[in-house]
Design a protein around this ligand. Structure first.
Ligand code: ACM
Length: 536
């Protein structure tokens, strides 16, 4: 049946096939309406069959089974009856995705190539995810991604049973979320004069203005669209660093005694800007105002506040920052950053939400309730998990999908380490050194798509796929935790079918033997890092 991600158990029953036709019905209880609606829309489009409403015990039927966990499901396909039993709405959506997969690659098309010959293979499947957080980060700050492409990406996540879309909405190079109270954030902060093309040492620019942002209605649409597919959108408002776009829009947010922030534009370089927020009460109030609107838009439990790569030079030089450090009784600039994060940790907790930040938020002391996205290797995540904090493992050495997929001159804008499809398949998110209690704090894993070198959905497809397919199996399935014991050859065999699924979906993945000619970027500088990635 070539299912990806591979389910916990799957037994084929060749004598029990269920041929579908125009009389095949689809039923579900009201609590599973999202899965019913999604499945009817997807199957009707692909097969041309109506899947009209029917009665329990026949056709395709979704039922709730309280004995199952919320994301777990079982499927039993028999002649005339395909039953999906789910622990809850999310499990029903994952079961519905598996049912579509059982029909083969043509079931992923949006118009029928044929109206006959649709057969659900007789089978018994039981399935549940390994991790509750199975994420992908889209960096829509470095390059804006049009809303339609974000919605398409949500569909691709859901098709792979990934359930978190981490939207990196703000950075030095652009602010992408409309904030009604501070219109300058998008009027000025969403646009830059030009962009770097390739790595900074190449010094190549396109001299074309770049920008864009999502209105609040766009984001409500994205969030609701994702939710109806089992995907939670976690917004990231990065602070106190990675904030030049905000400072360019509102110069008083910056360190005005050491930088002419009124003269700043949105940054046109890649890298980490030194123009960071000041830590004044006014700036905290400003971002509380931003976050009040963000909380209205995003119902997710977790709100990501970045906290990564905040250069401390301006705070070291700024008399105002030094006075703030003294006033607060802090030891140094790291503790000032920690003060900012703690402030918002408390502020979010008072509103029933939880802060998550990059592992730099450990420096200067981790805020009491904060969860950590461990990106600089495993170390930060391990320390946080051992201290009882929840952790999402996304080490750059393994699951930064902006990094190149192969060695050699044909990879477009080659940056970072070589991380092949097989490397990703053998990525183990939970370090063996963690004891059981700490390991339980690893709530999941995430692949990150930073977009300095991806300025379109086509580029994202190339870097994300098929690696995201392997990643989905790592995040969902119960693979051996020992990387060497994983059956990569078996995955490759199932991938042959799955590439046809990606073809049907119109995903421009990287071919196994290298990029198509139009996927290359000859002459655009990258920054490959030679040798195997360090183990950290
Ligand atoms: C990061 O890559 N700066 C989180």
């Amino acid at each position: 049946m070539d299912l990806i991600p591979v389910p916990s158990s799957a037994v084929r029953r060749p004598d029990e096939d269920f041929p579908l036709d125009a009389t095949t019905t689809l039923t579900a209880p009201p609590g599973l309406a999202d899965a019913e609606r999604w499945l009817r829309t997807a199957l009707s489009a692909a097969t041309g069959l109506p899947f009209g409403p029917g009665r329990p015990g026949a056709g395709v039927e979704l039922v709730q089974d309280d004995a199952l966990a919320a994301e777990a499901y079982r499927i039993a396909v028999r002649p005339g009856h395909a039953l999906i039993a789910a622990g809850g709405p999310a499990g029903a959506l994952w079961g519905a995705q598996t049912l579509r997969q059982l029909l083969g690659p043509d079931a992923y098309r949006r118009s029928p190539l044929r109206r006959t010959g649709w057969v659900l293979p007789g089978a018994d499947i039981a399935d549940a995810p390994r991790f509750g957080w199975r994420g992908a980060l889209l960096d829509v700050a470095r390059h804006f991604l049009p809303k339609s492409d974000v919605l398409r990406f949500v569909d691709l996540l859901a098709a792979h049973k990934l359930n978190v879309l981490h939207l990196h909405l703000t950075d030095d190079q652009g602010w992408r979320v409309e904030i009604k109270r501070y219109p300058g954030l998008t009027e000025r902060g969403a646009w830059r004069d030009r962009s770097m093309v390739g790595y900074r040492a190449g010094q190549r620019r396109d001299d074309r203005p770049h920008g864009g942002y999502y209105t609040q209605d766009d984001l409500r649409e994205i969030v609701a669209y994702a939710a109806a597919r089992g995907v939670t959108v976690v917004p990231e408002i990065d602070l106190p660093g990675h904030t030049q776009a905000a400072v360019a829009a509102y110069p008083e947010l910056g360190n005005t005694d050491v930088a002419d922030t009124a003269a700043l534009g949105v940054w046109t370089d890649w890298g980490v800007s030194h123009n960071v927020l000041n830590a004044s009460e006014d700036t905290l109030r400003f971002f509380e105002g931003v976050l009040e609107e963000v909380l209205e838009l995003f119902p997710s439990e977790f709100i990501h506040l970045g906290g990564d790569e905040c250069p401390k030079e301006q705070w070291k030089d700024s008399a105002a920052a030094q006075a703030r450090i003294r006033e607060l009784g802090l030891a140094n600039e790291d503790e000032l950053q920690s003060f900012v994060i703690r402030h918002f940790d408390r502020w979010l907790a008072e509103r029933g939400r939880r802060l998550i930040g990059w592992d730099e938020i450990l420096e200067g002391g981790l805020a009491p309730r904060a969860a950590v996205s461990s990106w600089r290797g495993f170390g930060g995540g391990m320390a946080a998990a051992e201290a009882g904090h929840d952790v999402v493992m996304c080490p750059e050495q393994h699951v930064y999908f902006d990094h190149r997929q192969a060695d050699g001159p044909d990879e477009p804008i080659p940056v970072g380490f070589v991380r092949t499809l097989e490397d990703v398949y053998r990525f183990e998110p939970v370090p063996g050194q963690l004891d059981e209690t700490a390991a339980r704090h690893v709530i999941g894993t995430q692949a990150n798509l930073w977009s300095e070198f991806m300025d379109s959905a086509r580029d994202i497809d190339y870097r994300a796929f098929p690696r995201l397919v392997a990643f989905a199996e790592v995040a969902w399935s119960d693979l051996p935790t020992e990387p060497a014991e994983r059956d990569y050859a078996g995955f490759e065999r199932r991938l042959e079918t799955h590439l046809k699924v990606l073809d049907a979906l119109g995903v421009e993945y990287r071919p196994a033997d290298g990029p198509h000619p139009w996927q290359r970027r000859p002459g655009v500088a990258g920054r490959p890092i030679e040798g195997p990635p360090p183990v950290r």
